[in-house]
Design a protein around this ligand. Structure first.
Ligand code: ZN
Length: 277
């Protein structure tokens, strides 16, 4: 039987979705990227757009009929690939340099077939507030994993959306557009974690872009601060392998991260960071 719905492939649905709280939805794709849809009285805000496979716009419009604003936590293509379903995307300025760079030829095809491949970019910065009507979302700059990373704070539902800068399982500190020594990146990451800890009274849960949602903030924040400190001071111990979410225990064939090898994982409690030594 022919599948005419672009969101249904031979294996079933391309997207999953679930309601976290009234007006807050998580949408996931087959790579388990988490995108989030926050619905206000006037507008909805879509946080990240995945790799661009299928028709994300149809999924979003199946949830809300409010006009949608797109925002990216940072400029990696697994967060920006579906931007071209809409005419405009918000992001921090450094994300614009990488947001259209697909990781594979297949992703290039998805990108170029969108209705707005040349979507307009509007910059956001620290302290900006996006008013959705009865729901305000604040921008916090937290660049380390990527130069353009932002966290988004929804004080209405007390949720903090952290993109790739704070998640369970791993944070990758070797994928910046411009490489820096790990001690320097870890020091920046620690400053960002301390900044989020200072705002702890404003949220109850973390909503990352990969590897689990929602997360209890305190242990993750404390463990990442401890691990960043050890990395910044050059005393973090390398784990025996990088095995974990998306990483095999042994290096095999070419993969997305081949160019960055050798890679090392360090761990402290719930916090794990993969980096180039
Ligand atoms: Zn990323």
């Amino acid at each position: 039987m022919e599948h005419r719905d672009p969101n249904i492939d031979a294996k079933g649905m391309l997207f999953g979705r679930w309601c976290i709280r009234e007006g807050v939805w998580a949408i996931t794709n087959r790579w388990q990227n988490f995108m989030y849809l926050l619905i206000g009285e006037q507008r909805a805000l879509l946080i990240d757009t995945g790799y661009g496979e299928g028709n994300l716009r149809a999924v979003v419009e199946g949830i809300t009929d409010k006009p949608v604003t797109v925002i990216n936590t940072h400029g990696h293509f697994d967060h920006t690939g579906g931007n071209g379903w809409w005419p405009r995307a918000l992001m921090a300025r450094p994300s614009a340099a990488t947001c259209r760079i697909a990781f594979s030829e297949e992703q290039c095809r998805w990108r170029d077939a969108k209705p707005y491949p040349d979507y307009e970019i509007e910059y956001v910065k620290e302290g900006d507030r996006i008013d959705l009507g009865g729901r305000q979302v604040e921008v916090l700059e937290i660049p380390a994993h990527h130069e353009g990373s932002i966290a988004l704070l929804d004080r209405t539902d007390r949720l903090l959306f952290t993109g790739d800068e704070l998640e369970s399982g791993q944070v990758l500190l070797f994928v910046r557009a411009s490489g820096l020594p790990i001690a320097q990146v870890a020091a920046a990451h620690r400053a960002n974690m301390e900044k989020l800890r200072a705002r702890r009274a404003d949220y109850d849960y973390l909503c990352p872009a990969h590897n689990g949602c929602m997360l209890q903030p305190d242990r993750y924040l404390e463990d990442f601060i401890a691990l960043d400190t050890a990395l910044a001071e050059g005393r973090a111990e390398a784990a025996p392998t990088t095995a974990g979410f998306g990483f095999a225990p042994e290096w095999g064939e070419q993969d997305t991260f081949s160019a960055f090898r050798p890679l090392v994982r360090a761990q402290a409690g719930l916090a794990s960071i993969i980096y180039t030594p």
